[in-house]
Every structure is written in C-alpha cells, then in structure tokens.
Design a protein around this ligand. Structure first.
Ligand code: NAI
Ligand code: MG
Length: 504
C-alpha cells in the first residue's frame, strides 16, 4: 500500500457559501421561523477530515423541544396541511425537491465537511437520493385512498362500509449521522405525503444539511409548523421528543441499542413506531463467479461510506475454492479506497465521522487481532495531521465467537470466512441477531433464489450490494428494526386506517 503513505490528508478550504453557512448564528427552525434557543447551550460542529471545530449548532433544551412539538401539534390539529388540496401538497413537495437540486453543490459540500464523506459521493448518492425520496412520495399525496368493502356476515346492500387512510398525526423523526440529508428526506417525505406534521432531529454529529433543509422548507412554502427542525443531543432532546405526550408517531434510524430504548419509551402513550436499526450483513460469494469482476463489488459493499452503512457487507462468506482469490482481488482495491480528506476530489472514502467512532472501530480491530484474526489488508490508520482515518481492512482466520464477527463495527472492516455448500452458508449467514441486508454473488440463478429464500433479511441483493431505491420497501428482520420505509409500505407507516360502517 505504498500509495497510502504519500496521500496528503490536509482538508481543502471551504467555499464562501459553506463558510457563510457555518458562520450563521445557531438557531432552531420552529413554526416556520428561525428562533433562538431558550438557553445558550451549543454543540460543536467538527470536520472529521481535520478534527477541527468549524461551527456550532443549538443543543435544544426541553423548552425548545416542547415548542417544536406544540407547533407541529397546532399545525396538525387545524388541518392546515392535510386540509389542502392534494395537488397543493404534491406541488409543495416538488418545490422542495427543486430547491434541493438547486442547492445540490452546497449540500454536498456541507455533508462532506460535517460527516467526512467525500463530496463527490455526497453529490452522487446522498443529494440525488434525498431528492428522489421527496419526488416519489409527493405523488402519493394525491393517490393514496381507502377501499369500499362489502361485509361478510350482513346481507349485501344492507350497509355501506369503506375504509379511509388518514394521517397518523404529529411525528418525531430522529436520524443518524451516516447519511444525514438522505435520512432526513427519507423521513419527512412519507410523513408529508400522508398529511402528517413533523419535528425532525438530525444526529448531534451532523446537523448542517438538516438546517439547510429547513431553509428550503421555508422557501418552498410549507405552512408554518408542518416541518420543524431542531438540533440537539439524543439523550436529552431526543429523549424528550420520544416521551412527549403530544406526539403520535416516532420514526427512528440509528443503533439497535437506542432503538430498544425508544421502543420502550413509546409504549406508555402507545405511539406508533418504526425503527431502522443496525446490521451485520452477510455477503455470499459462490464458486462460479468471475472473481476479477466480483471482488471490487464485494469491496465496495463494505468500504462505501467507510463502512458506516447499516447494510454494509461486513461478513464475507467466500466459497473455499475461490476464497484466496476473492481476498486477493479485494486487496487490489486498497489504493482506490485509501481514505482521503472529504474535499479532496480524488477521495472515494473519507475519515470516520468522529473520534468516538474512530475509537470504536479501532477497538474492534484490536480485539480481532487479540482474538487471533489475521490482517489481510489494512488493520491500521494512515498518517494524517488530525482527522479520523482508518484504512480499509480485511480480517481472516476469524470464528463466530469473535466480537468482530458478531457485532456491528460500522467501519471499513470486513471479516472473511470460508464455506463449503449452500445450506451451510445459509446457516452461517443467519447466525446473527440482525437481518437487514444480504448479498449473493453468483451466476447460478437457482442458487441465488435458494439463498434469497433461506436468508432472513429485509433485502437480498443479487450481484450487487447496498442498492436502495425509494420505490422499494426497506427495513429489517429480527433486531434490525420494525416496519418498512420507502415504497407504499413506507407511506402506510404514516397512516391510520379508519373503517366506516353505515346501516342503510
Ligand atoms: P445512536 O443510535 O445513539 O444515534 C442515532 C440518533 O439517535 C441520533 O440522532 C441521536 O441523537 C439519537 N439518540 C440517541 N440517544 C437517544 C435517546 N435516548 N432518545 C432519542 N434519541 C436518541 O447512534 P450513535 O451513538 O451515533 O452510534 C452508535 C452505533 O450505532 C454505531 O457505531 C453503529 O453501530 C450504530 N448506528 C447505526 C446506524 C444505522 O443506520 N442503522 C446509524 C448510526 C449508528
Ligand atoms: Mg449513541
């Protein structure tokens, strides 16, 4: 990995527009306006490419949370959003999508500064992904309805019975730091299409693009209070949001640990809950593949976004006949994935999001080494002048008891194991508390569909990994979550079904 040692990881200078955004006074977007917090507490904005503090955002107080929820409650209860003609709601959502496209370059840069992901990746994946979430859901504002249903036990014609889809109400939506803008839009889009009002909180590590989104919500002309965006810490502001009695629904993406806490906290007021949580996704490489073509795809499945992806292909199972060749092919991508500063135009992978995440990932790598895993590639962090860089890492000689095999690392680390036959690998793939995604690489159509049916996960990819589309439902089996996002199922999660029965 000679090329790695020669990379200059100094962060590039920011654009004027990005710097102006960072220089803004920390405020909250509540009831259609930018307002000051009730207290002075702020959270540092850190650029993980340099480790430098580059701005501040509000750490919302309990009073701030209450104000945001009250604004959403009032907006929902007087019907100022759901009561509009669906064509108006659809148009407003498309206007928001247009504005995201107009601001695409700034949004990509802010994401790169805040999260550490390469600006090129943010521009190619995160921003267009965010736009498509809103455009796809916008159409449902006018196209989702109920059914006329004939009763089973009463004479035909004696009653008129039908169902209506109604918005579930006030939502709190809490998103993580790995795809900040994309997750924010994935959350607000179905809520808005269904007619709900929302309070969104980005992760404390990555608030910038959500705040820029608030500017665009304002410009798009949503009625006041329909979308409120507040920044703050999870254990304080997030906790208050989740327990708030005036909230009807919680949508959360993040760790399984906090997902369980939120699910418990939602019970007292019986809030509707959707949870999109962690994963330890298996990737199965069958013996028939063209190794040279497959290995880079498998590498991309783990190293994209520095492995900070809920569906990262972090457990590789390669058939024993090609195991060494697959690892060799993946090792050849080390230069491509070598971490660089997020505004370096040559970057394909950036630093990890934070020092905390860096320590967590390096801690797992060290534990793997101590447990006897061998390092096929990486296993360390490259030279840099600050910043949280970890080299793309492949660990072999692992066993299912090791923490690197069992637990979500959420970094650029894959553990590689051999297998012999299909039934064996299906069992190995399912030996996890998670069930979010799985990848199968093969030209054998029968093997692919047999594995797709045996593996317990919300999505199975064939000859690709991590492909996500707003029209296709996404979510987890087992401890990877509850419910589905995207597609019509994603809209459903923001609707109640009302049945009306009228005696004639
Ligand atoms: P986290 O689950 O603590 O944070 C995610 C979001 O939840 C943030 O917006 C945070 O402010 C909020 N939050 C935290 N505690 C809360 C509470 N008690 N009530 C309400 N909201 C709360 O994730 P964290 O600590 O940033 O990362 C820890 C690990 O979680 C990662 O190493 C990774 O394994 C996993 N993770 C998984 C993600 C996914 O996409 N499935 C995304 C982010 C993290
Ligand atoms: Mg946490």
């Amino acid at each position: 990995m000679n090329e790695v040692t020669t990379i200059d990881r100094t962060q590039r200078s920011y654009s004027k527009a990005a710097q102006a955004f960072l220089d803004r006074k920390p405020q909250l977007f509540i009831n259609g306006e930018w307002i000051d917090s009730s207290h002075d507490a702020v959270i540092d904005v850190e650029d993980p490419s340099s480790g430098k503090i580059v701005g501040h955002v509000v750490d919302a107080s309990d009073r701030d949370v209450d104000r945001a929820v009250a604004a959403a409650r009032a907006a929902f209860d007087d019907n100022r959003w759901y009561g509009l003609p669906p064509i108006e709601r659809e148009r407003t959502m498309h206007r928001l999508a247009d504005l995201l496209e107009r601001e695409a370059d700034l949004l990509a840069e802010l994401e790169a500064i805040d999260n550490g992901k390469p600006k090129g990746m943010a521009g190619a994946v995160d921003v267009p992904g965010a736009v498509s979430q809103i455009r796809f859901m916008a159409g449902w504002a006018s196209k989702s309805g109920g059914q006329t249903l004939a009763p089973y036990t009463m004479p035909t014609g004696s009653v008129f019975s039908y169902t209506v889809k109604e918005p579930v109400g006030v939502c709190v939506q809490i998103v993580p730091w790995n795809f900040p803008l994309l997750m924010a839009c994935l959350k607000i889009a179905p809520a808005l299409a269904a007619g709900c009002c929302t309070v969104l909180k980005p992760a404390e590590q990555t608030s910038l693009t959500a705040l820029k989104l608030a500017d665009l919500v304002q410009e798009a002309g949503f009625p006041a209070g329909v979308v409120n965006i507040i920044t703050g810490n999870g254990h304080t502001a997030g906790d208050r949001m989740v327990k708030h009695p005036d909230v009807d629904k919680i949508a959360f993406t993040g760790s399984t640990e906090i997902g369980k806490v939120i699910n418990k906290n939602a019970t007292d007021t019986m809030k509707r809950v959707t949870l999109e949580l962690g994963g330890k996704s298996p990737v199965v490489v069958m013996p028939d593949v063209d190794v040279e073509a497959t290995a880079p795809g498998v590498a991309g499945g783990i190293f994209f976004n520095a492995g900070q992806v809920c569906v990262a292909g972090s457990r590789l199972f390669a058939h024993k006949s090609i195991f060494d060749d697959v690892l060799e092919g993946m090792s050849q991508t080390a230069g491509f994935w070598a971490p660089r500063a997020s505004l370096d135009p040559d970057a394909h992978m950036g630093p990890l999001v934070s020092e905390e995440q860096y320590n967590r990932v390096m801690g797992y790598i060290d534990a793997g080494k101590r447990d006897g895993a061998s390092v096929v590639m990486g296993g360390d962090s490259p030279a840099s002048d600050g910043g949280y860089y970890v080299n793309p890492t492949i660990l072999a000689d692992v066993n299912p008891q090791m923490s690197v095999v069992r637990e979500e690392i959420f970094g650029p680390v894959v553990v590689a194991q051999r297998f012999d036959d299909l039934d064996e690998v299906a069992k190995m793939a399912n030996d996890t508390c998670y069930g979010l995604g799985a990848g199968v690489w093969t030209r054998d159509v029968s093997a692919l569909h047999r594995l797709a049916s045996k593996i317990k996960s919300g999505t199975v990819w064939g000859n690709c990994h991590g492909v996500i589309d707003t029209a296709l439902p996404f979510g987890g089996y087992k401890e990877s979550g509850i419910g589905r996002e995207q597609g019509i199922q994603g809209l459903d999660a923001y609707q109640e079904t009302k049945t009306v029965i009228v005696q004639l």
